[in-house]
Write a protein that binds this ligand. Sequence first.
Ligand SMILES: C[S@@+](CC[C@H](N)C(=O)[O-])C[C@H]1O[C@@H](n2cnc3c(N)ncnc32)[C@H](O)[C@@H]1O
Length: 431
Amino acid sequence: MNTDVRAAAARVVAAVLGGTSLNRVLPGKLKEVSERDRALLQQLSYGTLRQGPRLDAILKQLLDKPLRDKDRDIRGLLLCGLYQLDSTRVPDHAAVAATVDATRALKKHWAKGMTNAVLRRYLREREQLTEALDQAAAACHPTWLFQTILKQWPTAAAGIIDANNQQPPMTLRVNLNQVSRGDYLAGLEGLGIAAKASSLSNHAIQLATPIDVWDLPGFSSGTVSVQDEAAQMAALLLQAQAGERVLDACAAPGGKACHILELQPQLGELVAMDIDTLRLQKVSDNLTRLGLTATLMTGDAIEPPASLAAASFDRILVDAPCSASGVIRRHPDVKLLRRESDIALLADQQLRILQGLWPLLKSGGSLRYATCSIIDEENSQVLQRFLTAQSDAVPSSLEMPGSGTVTVGHQLLPSAGGTDGLFYATLKKAK
Ligand SMILES: C[S@@+](CC[C@H](N)C(=O)[O-])C[C@H]1O[C@@H](n2cnc3c(N)ncnc32)[C@H](O)[C@@H]1O
């Protein structure tokens, strides 16, 4: 039986409020609703989470007392209800009625009257309730993140915050072994799919409107992959040469690993490692679709498997686990999941990963460090801590299109209609 779409969205939001990532919860819920409700479930989930901190601050004003943890689904439902009243074309009375109705599907009959009262009061008092919000909530960000962005990026903050609140563009990576970017663009045009070449990566195409990947010509045979332009820079900056042995130490789901192989078909070996065996399966799926080969390995970069010999890699890519503060527009659940206290823990983990991998690099070899974070503690500061203790590590410059040559590290900032916010740096091992 198909689940009520608003009840499903409420459960998605509730799961995120409870600490589960959107990527983990949404796919299962999409299967529970009818096919015609899937787009709406997606919109309600992403939209509500994107505005989560703002909607939650409004909801707090509307509730006499906080809801109990066991009623997180009702909190999720009320947040989805507020989102619909503000940001969808569903007429107010229909949005209220459908949201109230979803209490039945959630088997929370007691919440029917309260849901109705809360949403109706919002319609009556929207202006005052919105005016009472602090700056961070009004900007749909948790306070700690809002303040961090303002402090670290004073002149770019408004653009970053705006980008974090937008739907991201769908960007493709063209496999130049199969087709030129110009020819692929012409093919899209012929099919009436509006798209343009992107400027940062010369492999990238941005679609005017997101579409189902299976509707992309050549997707199943590996002609294109979906990958943000900023992420495409990892393989482009790595510049792996023919015959080299390369380690992608945090490889899953494999976007960058596949791009490395596409760019250098004569590579000696690519070892794609990840700590998460389940996620490693996605690397395998991607390699299969693209007809590429790599050595897959479950392993912890902090204490690499003994089978990886010391000084055996020419290049290492460390796409480190991070706060994802640079890809919030793609992962709006980050706004509700991340805590300020996570940042120091992540920075320590990133440092230990660098320290664990460094012995695997040949002398004269190079390591590219990347994160999808815009928070300095996870980026330059990790490198500085690493360099202080590692005398044979030398920061090296990298060629970043549009920014010229940059030393130690370069931050791409998220921008509306532009790229994700990724950080890149290069370290060379002294000979
Ligand atoms: C940012 S994602 C990598 C994305 C990937 N490079 C791509 O382009 O598709 C970070 C990955 O690091 C993995 N990871 C986290 N801690 C790790 C560790 N100690 N050793 C190896 N992998 C780790 C996570 O499982 C996750 O898949």
